[in-house]
Design a protein around this ligand. Structure first.
Ligand code: NAP
Length: 288
C-alpha cells in the first residue's frame, strides 16, 4: 500500500520502519524534520509539508502526542484536511479523547474522507518489534482496507466497534497500566528500603501471581536507576486525564484512577515528565 506517517516520535519512527519492512511505500513527515532521518535511511520518502504527505496516500497514519495536536494536524492552517481527497483514510494511532475522535471522524466524513482511531499498546519495544496491540474504532470495511498496514506494525489487531471505541478501549488499558505501574513502583521501593537483593526480588515476584508485563518491563529499569523514557510520565498523565474525564462522564467508580491521576500529575510537577513511567518510583522516594 502507499501510506504516509505523521509523527516520528518514540513510537511513530519505528512503526513507519515496520511499514517499510512490510513492503509498503512510505512517506513520513515530522514537525522537527531531523527526526525523519532514521526512516529516510530505511527507505522512506520525507515530505516537506502535510500537503505533500497527504498527496496520493491511500492511508495517512498519525502518531502524535495529544488531542489538540491531532486537531492541529488535521484541521489547522496547512493541515491535512486542506489536501485530503474523498476515498482516502486517516488512521489516528495517537492516544486522545474518544469524544474528540468522534467529532474529527464526522468532520472528515463530511469531506468523503474515512477515519479510524487505532491507539496502540506494547510500548517502544512493541513498536520496534512490530508486535503492538492495536485497538481500532470505525467502520468495519475501512478497518479491512487498512488491515494490511496494521499487520506490519502489530500482532493483536482488534476491531472494537464504531468511531471512538478504539480510544475507549485504550483508556481502559491505561487505567489498568497506571495502577500496575504504581504497584510495581511501591513494591520495588519497599524491597529497596528493606535492604533486599533487588534482582532476586524482581525475579521471584515477576514469576509469581504478582507478575505483570509492566513489572517485567519497568522493574529492571528501576534497579538500574535508568529513567530514560519508553513511555513518558507526561503522556501517562495525559492518558489518565482522558480516562478520568470519561469515567466521570458516565459515573464509573474510579478510586484507583483518582490516586494515579494525582500521583502522575505530581510527578510532572516535580520535573519527571520527560522520564519514563518507571520514574513514578522516584516520586515515591527512590533515590538513585
Ligand atoms: P513522543 O516521542 O513525544 O512523540 C510525539 C510526536 O508527536 C513527535 O513526533 C512530535 O513532533 C509530534 N507532535 C506533538 N505535537 C505536535 C503538533 N502539535 N504538531 C505536529 N507534531 C506534533 O511520543 P510517543 O511516545 O511516540 O507517543 C506518541 C503517541 O503514542 C502518544 O499519544 C502516546 O500517548 C501514544 N503511545 C505511546 C506509547 C509509548 O510507549 N511511548 C505507547 C502507546 C501509546 P516533534 O518531534 O516535532 O516534537
Amino acid at each position: 500500500m502507499r501510506v504516509s506517517f505523521i509523527g516520528m516520535g518514540i513510537m511513530g519512527s519505528p512503526m513507519s520502519r515496520n511499514l517499510l519492512k512490510g513492503g509498503h511505500e512510505v512517506t513520513v513527515w515530522n514537525r522537527t524534520p531531523e527526526k525523519c532521518e532514521a526512516s529516510r535511511d530505511a527507505g522512506a520518502t520525507v515530505a516537506a509539508s502535510l500537503a505533500q504527505a497527504a498527496e496520493g496516500a491511500e492511508v495517512v497514519f498519525l502518531c502524535v502526542s495529544d488531542t489538540p495536536d491531532v486537531e492541529a494536524i488535521l484541521f489547522g492552517e496547512g493541515g491535512l484536511a486542506e489536501s485530503l481527497t474523498p476515498g482516502q483514510i486517516v488512521v489516528d494511532m495517537s492516544t486522545i479523547s474518544p469524544e474528540a475522535t468522534v467529532e474529527f471522524a464526522e468532520r472528515l466524513e463530511a469531506m468523503g474522507v474515512e477515519m479510524l482511531d487505532a491507539p496502540v499498546s506494547g510500548g517502544q519495544k512493541g513498536a520496534t518489534e512490530g508486535t503492538l496491540t492495536i485497538m481500532v474504532g470505525g467502520r468495519a470495511e475501512v478497518f479491512e482496507r487498512a488491515k494490511p498496514a496494521f499487520e506490519a506494525m502489530g500482532r493483536n489487531i482488534v476491531h472494537c466497534g464504531p468511531h471512538g471505541n478504539g480510544q475507549r478501549v485504550k483508556a481502559v488499558n491505561q487505567v489498568i497500566c497506571a495502577l500496575n505501574i504504581l504497584a510495581a513502583s511501591e513494591g520495588m521501593l519497599f524491597a529497596k528500603r528493606s535492604g533486599l537483593d533487588l534482582e532476586t526480588v524482581h525475579k521471584v515476584v515477576s514469576s509469581g501471581a504478582a507478575g505483570s508485563w509492566l513489572l517485567s518491563s519497568l522493574g529492571p529499569c528501576m534497579i538500574a536507576d535508568d529513567w530514560a523514557p519508553g513511555f513518558m510520565i507526561r503522556l501517562q498523565a495525559k492518558d489518565l486525564r482522558i480516562a478520568s474525564e470519561a469515567m466521570e462522564a458516565i459515573g464509573a467508580p474510579h478510586p484507583g484512577t483518582e490516586l494515579t491521576t494525582r500521583l502522575f500529575s505530581e510527578a510532572v510537577a516535580e520535573g519527571y515528565g520527560e522520564n519514563g513511567t518507571q520514574a513514578l518510583a522516584r516520586l515515591l522516594g527512590w533515590e538513585g
